[in-house]
Design a protein around this ligand. Structure first.
Ligand code: BGC
Length: 443
């Protein structure tokens, strides 16, 4: 039996999520260059070298986009503010047009009864700071806290929740160790510094927000379900290692004030001097926890690769357009594990869950029935974890709109709303109608 809206508490919040660089159009309104602009401009990094210069032109069309949420009966909208739009050089001169824009955006949410859930960093490291080392620089946490103060002074009185960082693993490991996100480094020492500094920035940002009297603060972390590629004990050990260096890399410091032994094995020798002194600020209490979950990944041991000596292997389950294995049970496992291991009764929100599906397969009426099934199956998994005792207070679908999917350019489509990237015309897909009808069935 599929779950219904009535299976969730009345005050459970449903929303959709986006991020600044992926939708706004970063060439508009005086925003500064970011490390994603330069990563995209470097051959080989991004499909067709596409960037976020225009994206969905949400900067000019946000009223129309927010109407989709209001008309669909959503309660909340997860959005992000761009550091480089607020402070084009990362520090110093403020871009007043950027602050005015976020002011209008938040007011437009409130006018539609949508609770604004803001993320402070969804990957727009200003180029001027990237030039100095970005996430590797020892002062980056203080630069971040100063940006946090500027934007919060302007909109902090009207947002209902704030997350410091989106997906610290992508910021640090994917960007500095695997090299598939900006700044595209493949270096264990850079990665270790980025891991620690992104945590330190979270802590420093939290401290600054508390000093300003802000409430409802958290962080958004990405997780994956992990399985071994085979029963071989070395593959089982590889899968356990991956779990520790992906799912626990940030949660252990955030909730227990220390790195796991597995993380220390690879990153320990490269952590910045005096890192231990930052752990208390990093592990200060939060008010909620944001969970991003998309897929199952499988791992095998590989001796030919230095630490962590593992490689990803293909699995048999149906896959999304990203090639990600669809595994809703992983979400109920994850939420229960997080409750038991780290967050206890702290409210959790699914801050991202969704699938990419090719335009060609949805036909001219954008009949993405696979997406609606994906959503229903994951909502059922959330419901199961609640029955099992996890304190879940909301769910955001990723994403409201088809948008700039980072290294995949505009090719991978996650939206409930189709965007034609030539005309920028928006068209709701089947999944939008199905989900909004589901949201309305409350009696
Ligand atoms: C990110 C989004 C991204 C989505 C799909 C998450 O990792 O927060 O920015 O578009 O997953 O890849």
């Amino acid at each position: 039996m599929p779950v219904t809206r009535k299976d969730f508490p009345k005050d459970f919040l449903f929303g959709a999520a986006t991020a600044a660089y992926q939708i706004e159009g970063h060439s508009f309104g005086g925003a500064g260059s970011t490390h994603w602009d330069t990563y995209a401009a470097t051959p080989g990094n991004v499909i067709r070298a596409e960037d976020g210069a225009i994206a969905c032109d949400h900067y000019h069309r946000y009223e129309e986009d927010l109407d989709f949420l209001k008309d669909g009966g959503f309660d909340t909208y997860r959005f992000s503010t761009s550091w480089a739009r607020v402070l084009p050089e990362g520090r110093g001169q403020v871009n007043e047009a950027g602050l005015d824009y976020y002011d209008r955006l938040v007011d437009a949410m409130l006018a539609r009864d949508l609770k604004p859930n803001q993320t402070l960093y969804h990957w727009e490291m200003p180029s001027a700071l990237a030039d100095l080392g970005g996430w590797e620089h020892p002062d980056v946490a203080d630069w971040f806290a100063d940006y946090v103060e500027v934007i919060t002074k302007r909109i902090g009185d009207r947002v209902s929740k704030i997350a410091t960082i989106n997906e610290p693993w992508c910021v640090s490991v994917l960007g500095h160790f695997i090299g598939r996100h900006a700044p595209g480094k493949v270096d264990v020492r850079s990665a270790a510094r980025a891991v620690h500094h992104v945590l330190k920035a979270h802590g420093r940002g939290m401290t600054r927000l508390r000093e300003m009297g802000q409430k409802d603060l958290g962080i958004v972390v990405n997780y994956e379900a992990v399985k071994p590629g085979s029963d071989d004990p070395r593959d089982v050990a590889a899968a356990n290692r991956q779990h520790a260096i992906m799912n626990q890399l940030f949660m252990h410091p955030l909730f227990k004030g220390e790195y796991t032994a597995d993380a220390m094995e690879g990153y320990g020798p490269h952590l910045p001097k005096g890192w231990q002194d930052d752990m208390a600020e990093i592990s200060q209490p939060m008010d909620w926890h944001g969970v991003n979950y998309y897929m199952l990944n499988r791992f095998a041991h590989d001796d030919t690769i230095p630490w962590p000596s593992l490689k990803q292997v293909e699995g048999p389950l149906p896959k999304t357009q990203m090639g990600w294995e669809i595994y809703p049970d992983g979400l109920s496992w994850l939420l229960t594990w997080l409750k038991d291991e780290y967050v206890g009764d702290l409210p959790m929100f699914i801050t991202e869950n969704g699938m990419a599906w090719p335009e060609a397969d949805t036909g001219s009426n954008f009949g993405d029935t696979e997406r609606w099934k994906y959503i229903q199956d994951h909502l059922a998994a959330v419901r199961q974890s609640m029955i099992d005792g996890a304190n879940i207070e909301g769910f955001y679908y990723w994403s409201l709109l088809d948008n700039y999917e980072w290294a995949f350019g505009y090719e991978k489509r996650f939206g409930l709303i189709h965007v034609d990237f030539d005309s920028l015309k928006r068209t709701p897909k089947h999944s939008y109608y199905a989900l909004t009808e589901w949201l309305r069935a409350t009696d």
